[in-house]
Design a protein around this ligand. Structure first.
Ligand SMILES: Nc1ncnc2c1ncn2[C@@H]1O[C@H](COP(=O)(O)OP(=O)(O)OP(=O)(O)O)[C@@H](O)[C@H]1O
Ligand SMILES: [Mg+2]
Length: 268
């Protein structure tokens, strides 16, 4: 729980450049306590770049970020972000990383951050509980490189959950995860959100998380083009793989999530 009334995420004027590419082009984003914000947009629109910038993996060219009331980067008197309260699930990273670690070891690594280099008391129980939340409690001693891609993704979710974070930032957490596990993930998220968790989640489809999502932010070419109500639920014919035709679909990379989101009135 955030004990301040400050937003959980407060990003102002974010720009990210890599060489000649100007990838984030002036993004403002505020996420309040208890919100579940879906970050949508076509492939290459800058979603991963934005979340990596928010969690300090990308070094911003311009702009400021505050997380849970603390500034990202070297703050005054060392008042930097409290990473122990923030969980992050990267996009399609795989949990194995070429090292034959067990599920328990990978999830336990989520308890280490910043200057915390020793596992806290009771870490085994916390790791077990996090694995339980993603339905992999029975794989605790298995080497993660022997788990399937979807199971490895669920290990990464457990690694973020084990911190019992106040803010979860997830980059396509259920891509490649089967429907039953997506439902279980949505149920876990619903319980955590009920307990006060704030979520920023990159998604291509709202899917099982739809009932939880309170707001959608849509990126296009590194800018926010919609910030407001989530796009309407998909119809069954969409699920069968039909592409929604949109009058503004002049961008050949426009995907269905952006297209449907843009059906909504774009807030001035
Ligand atoms: N460090 C970098 N150097 C050069 N280009 C980069 C860098 N990081 C991102 N990009 C480019 O920025 C654009 C946005 O990438 P990003 O990964 O943020 O897209 P995305 O919205 O997450 O897409 P997807 O839906 O495919 O995951 C892409 O064209 C990508 O190639
Ligand atoms: Mg991405």
């Amino acid at each position: 729980m955030s004990e301040t009334s400050e937003p959980v995420i407060e990003a102002r004027g974010l720009h990210f450049r890599a060489g000649a590419s100007h990838i984030l082009r002036g993004i403002d984003l505020t996420v309040e306590h208890g919100e579940v914000v879906a970050l949508l947009g076509a492939n290459g629109s800058g979603k991963s770049t934005l979340v990596k910038s928010l969690v300090g993996i990308n070094v911003l060219s311009e702009g400021t970020v505050r997380l849970l009331g603390r500034p990202l980067g070297p703050g005054r008197r060392g008042a930097t972000v409290d990473w122990g309260r923030i969980g992050y699930v990267p996009q399609r990273a795989g949990a194995a990383g070429g090292i034959p670690s067990t599920a328990q070891e990978v999830v336990a690594s989520g308890l280490l951050h910043g200057r915390r280099l020793r596992l806290p008391r009771g870490w085994r129980d916390r790791v077990g509980a996090a694995l339980e939340q993603v339905g992999l409690a029975d794989r605790v001693h298995d080497p993660v490189h022997l788990l399937s891609g979807g199971q490895q993704q669920r290990i990464l979710i457990a690694r973020a959950l084990v911190r019992e974070p106040d803010l979860l930032v997830l980059d396509e957490p259920v891509a490649g995860v089967d429907m039953a596990s997506q439902e279980a993930f949505a149920a876990t998220m619903a319980r955590l959100v009920d307990g006060g968790l704030t979520v920023l989640v990159v998604l291509h489809e709202l899917g099982e998380l739809e009932p939880l999502v309170t707001r959608a932010v849509v990126l296009r070419h590194g800018k926010v083009v919609h910030d407001g109500a989530p796009p309407p639920a998909r119809h069954d014919h969409d699920r069968a793989g039909h592409r929604h035709q949109h009058p503004h679909a002049d961008d050949n990379a426009l995907d269905s999530a952006e297209s449907r989101a843009l059906d909504l009135e774009v807030r001035p």
